[in-house]
Design a protein around this ligand. Sequence first.
Ligand SMILES: [Ca+2]
Ligand SMILES: [Ca+2]
Length: 161
Amino acid sequence: MRKSCHVVLVATLVGIISIPAALALQVSDPDELKMHVLDARTVKLERPKGKLSITFVSWDSWKTSSAFNPIVTQLDTKGTTNVDHSLRFGYSPNGAYCGLYNPSGSVEIAAGTLTRPDSKTAKCVAPTAKIDISKKIRWRVLSTYASVTDHAPNTGFAVGT
Ligand SMILES: [Ca+2]
Ligand SMILES: [Ca+2]
């Protein structure tokens, strides 16, 4: 009895404590596309001060290489429900990169910092000083491998960070 009260108390405290830092939203996505190494498992958008961060976790391991195909986060940050910006991972002759772009990816707004915390995870953190974020961000992640695109969430957009 006493132990279960403890568990409830801790869970409650964690819930309370996490609220002020809750500028993060994680979306889970099924293991739905066999042989698709960038099949999204979870995608998480966070908003540390002055930045946006996307963490992409796949069901399978993959190496950062020329086969590291685009993982695109579409961002609707202002006004109508149009996509206003995108966060992109990519690979060039200079190596892997990520950054904040216009919706189509043709114009870089700000370079990001790309990390691979483990073989299934890629994270991009980019500054947001040059963009307008004037509402709860609507967003979704598209990961393309071998011409097949996984959407997370599967329909529509996630709302919030
Ligand atoms: Ca998936
Ligand atoms: Ca999906």
